[in-house]
Design a protein around this ligand. Structure first.
Ligand code: SF4
Length: 725
């Protein structure tokens, strides 16, 4: 038996795992177990239900059913793909991309990647699109989960960086959980919170959520707000803090700017008005304001409830306002702590793997930043025009502006909102490449070329978790069949494409992609961070091996990463001050009305992950929630004469699905909840007929104008009994 230290591939907590392997009869190593790494500072040996069953997803028999093993090409849409060699697949992609670029220009192709990719994978794809092809059309499914947090941090604090550490949970006096079911979405952090409460019985936990989640049930104070009213709530809290003189005037004067404008804005957010908008009691609003402002240290933890909104940036900024106004930032146990959903959404941001970013958090709109990256890469220039972000990318496929797309390690035909757009776009595309470890996703059906990628237990590289901590991912077993690492596939296509796009290279440069190993890529990435706020020039693979996972920044010469940012009150803005943002409160895009009277919310189950490509292969993970359902309140169920298990048509302006009803005291009247994981195959299985496209056949594709993040948390729907037996 052998053991390899690596990192869990599911959520942004980034737990360390120890993978146990044994040789089978053919002397090939197989994963036989997994346990938490006691030395990893994210989890100290603990794992949640998903992490502790990771080894089951690597079961060889199961791999045969679920994995893509060979590159394959479809002669026409709908045909069975035929296996081909890697060189044939790679050259086909290079030729088709080059043809389309020649005919329609570099902006006619796009790459859609994933927060599941490792930093090294992300780096090569980003350089391929922005450096070699010469367009910025690369975006990621992280756009769907954290781009509003990025924009909120940049607007207020000047940099996309969670300023906190997990250690802050241990020492906070008040924890303000808002828009996060931490108990389900970040279970190991929630256990840390439970321990902290045991150690400090005076700690207060406030939870804000329209749905009474498992996290909300354990709160000292629970604010069951109306969907989408978060900005009004935070402005109302600031109004009370102002009135009661609970603000840190000295912090505001020394380290911030823009408070007077915000003060004017929140004048109208009286307790009475806010209690009315949010649907909560005035006394609870007062208590939340007092606990937040007057505690020794207040830590906010937040996630998709804030981010997945057409007002996501405003929500994030309004929350950061509260921390700045009370000085609850830059000290142990305090700060606005955005929890990332995916295992490497942070790493993707760090390499600039989004349509509007460049390496090391450089801005695409800054000519100096573009030139720095062009010089680093050895290309003439990096284009100025922002690329297509996630939702517009699929809209552009549908309207014909985008001709070809390469989808990597994600399943947009199930996970994007308003799926009609995605399916129509993929049907119309001239050329679709899908690179994935898993064979049977809703997206692989559209692929002209299928590329088999390695996955957890096979991959090597790095990831960054929610607290800016970079950990190694190490391989314990050989790649499945002919699958290759994502960075290798990107590299092969890039090298095949280089001679077909000769103008993108500087004279004398043989290849823009000279890497032999992921470490070569990592070293170029860390060199690109020199002098930047996220400087990791001191963080080599050797240091990660020797000293374990580290938080950035960690420039050359430092012994360890940095636990907490802004302890000195100096912010990475032009005048070094943090900025208050006076964002107006806006209601959700799709108001409920007489025709669509229910507000649909979506979110995670405890034991499933995203589109279930991986967790859906593990039987034990179904026990917690074995089938899709729509949760509604007892009052609404009674009104419609529905019982548990009654089948209903759930209809939005975009589509209709059939779900069984689950009556739940946790849902407020006129609201409903469906877990985000259920695609069409699961829905049809439960309802006995194919209703449509799954939960995202219903959801709303409206996006935040700053971050581009869609409003997955709120869609207006109607619910009607099917009268089916
Ligand atoms: Fe994996 Fe997240 Fe669970 Fe940790 S909390 S074991 S990273 S899924």
């Amino acid at each position: 038996m052998a053991e390899v230290k690596s990192t869990c591939c599911y959520c942004g907590v980034g737990c360390g795992v120890i993978i146990e392997t044994a040789d089978n009869h053919s002397s090939k190593a197989e994963v036989i177990g997994v346990r938490g790494d006691p030395d990893h500072p994210a989890n100290f040996g603990r794992l949640c239900s998903k992490g502790s069953t990771l080894h089951l997803t690597a079961n060889p028999e199961l791999q045969k059913q679920a994995r893509l093993g060979q590159p394959a090409i479809r002669q026409e849409r709908g045909a069975i793909p035929a296996d081909v060699s890697w060189s044939k697949a790679t050259q086909t992609i290079a030729n088709r991309f080059a043809e389309i670029i020649k005919e329609h220009g570099p902006e006619s192709v796009g790459i859609y990647v994933s927060g599941q990719l490792l930093t090294e994978d992300y780096y090569v794809f980003n350089k391929l699109m922005k450096g070699l092809i010469g367009a910025n059309n690369i975006d990621t499914n992280s756009r769907l989960c954290m781009s509003s947090a990025v924009a909120g941090y940049k607007q207020t604090l000047g940099m996309d960086a969670p300023p906190c550490s997990y250690e802050d949970i241990d020492v906070a006096s008040t924890i303000f959980i808002t828009g996060s079911n931490t108990a389900f979405a970040h279970p190991i952090l929630y256990r840390r919170l439970e321990d902290a409460r045991k150690n400090n019985p005076n700690m207060k936990v406030i939870v804000v959520d329209p749905r009474r989640t498992d996290t909300a049930k354990e709160a000292d104070l629970y604010l069951q707000i109306q969907p989408g009213t978060d900005v009004a709530l935070y402005h109302g809290m600031l109004h009370i803090m102002l009135w009661e003189k609970w603000l840190d005037e000295s912090y505001i004067a020394s380290f911030t700017e823009g408070f007077d404008v915000l003060k004017d804005l929140v004048r109208d957010f009286t307790p009475k008005a806010v209690a009315g908008i949010c649907g909560i009691k005035e006394k609870d609003l007062y208590l939340a304001s007092e606990w937040f402002a007057r505690s020794g240290a207040t830590l906010s933890m937040y996630c998709q409830g804030l981010n997945q909104s057409a007002s996501g940036t405003a929500k994030n900024a309004a929350l950061v306002n509260l921390h700045l106004a009370t000085g609850q930032i830059g000290k142990p146990g305090a700060g606005p702590f955005s929890l990332t959903g995916q295992p490497n959404a942070m790493g993707g941001r760090e390499v600039g793997g989004l349509a509007n970013l460049l390496s090391a958090h450089r801005d695409l709109s800054n000519p100096e930043h573009r030139q720095e990256v062009a010089d680093l890469w050895g290309v003439h220039s990096v284009p100025e025009k922002p690329g297509l972000s996630a939702i517009p990318m699929f809209e552009a496929l549908r309207n014909g502006e985008l001709k070809a797309i390469w989808i990597v390690c994600t399943n947009p035909a199930q996970s994007m909102p308003d799926l009609n757009v995605v399916h129509e776009g993929l049907s119309k595309a001239k050329f679709v490449v899908v690179q994935d470890a898993y064979a049977n996703t809703a997206t692989t059906l559209y692929a002209d070329v299928l590329l088999p990628a390695t996955t957890w237990a096979e991959k090597t590289g790095t990831v960054t978790n929610s607290e800016r901590r970079i950990s190694r991912v190490n391989p314990a077993i050989a790649p499945y069949e002919s699958s290759k690492h994502d960075w290798q596939i990107a590299l092969d296509v890039a090298r095949a494409l280089e001679p077909l796009l000769p103008n993108t290279k500087r004279d004398g440069v043989e290849t823009l992609f000279p890497y032999l190993t992921p470490e070569d890529i990592w070293n170029e990435h860390r060199a690109s961070t020199q002098g930047r706020d996220l400087d990791i020039t001191g963080l080599s693979y050797a240091i990660l091996e020797e000293c374990g996972p580290q938080q950035w920044p960690m420039p050359i010469g430092s012994n360890a990463g940095k636990k907490r940012l802004y302890a000195d009150g100096i912010f990475p803005t032009k005048n070094k001050k943090a900025r208050f943002i006076a964002a107006p409160y806006k209601a959700t895009v799709e108001a409920v009305d007489a025709r669509y009277p229910f507000a649909l919310n979506t979110g995670r189950l405890r034991d499933q992950w995203h589109g279930m490509s991986r967790t859906g292969t593990v039987g034990t993970l179904y026990a917690h929630s074995p089938e899709p359902c729509i949760e509604i309140s007892p009052k609404d169920a009674g009104r419609m004469n529905l019982e548990n298990g009654s089948l209903v048509h759930v209809t939005s302006r975009r589509g209709s699905e059939i779900f069984p009803v689950k009556i739940s005291e946790d849902i407020a009247s006129s609201q409903a909840f469906i877990a985000m994981h259920w695609g069409s195959e699961f829905i049809s299985g439960c309802a006995g007929k194919t209703a449509g496209r799954g939960v995202n056949g219903l959801t709303c594709g409206a996006i935040d104008p700053v971050s581009g993040q869609p409003e997955l948390k709120h869609s207006a729907i109607k619910i009607l009994p099917t009268n089916l037996p």
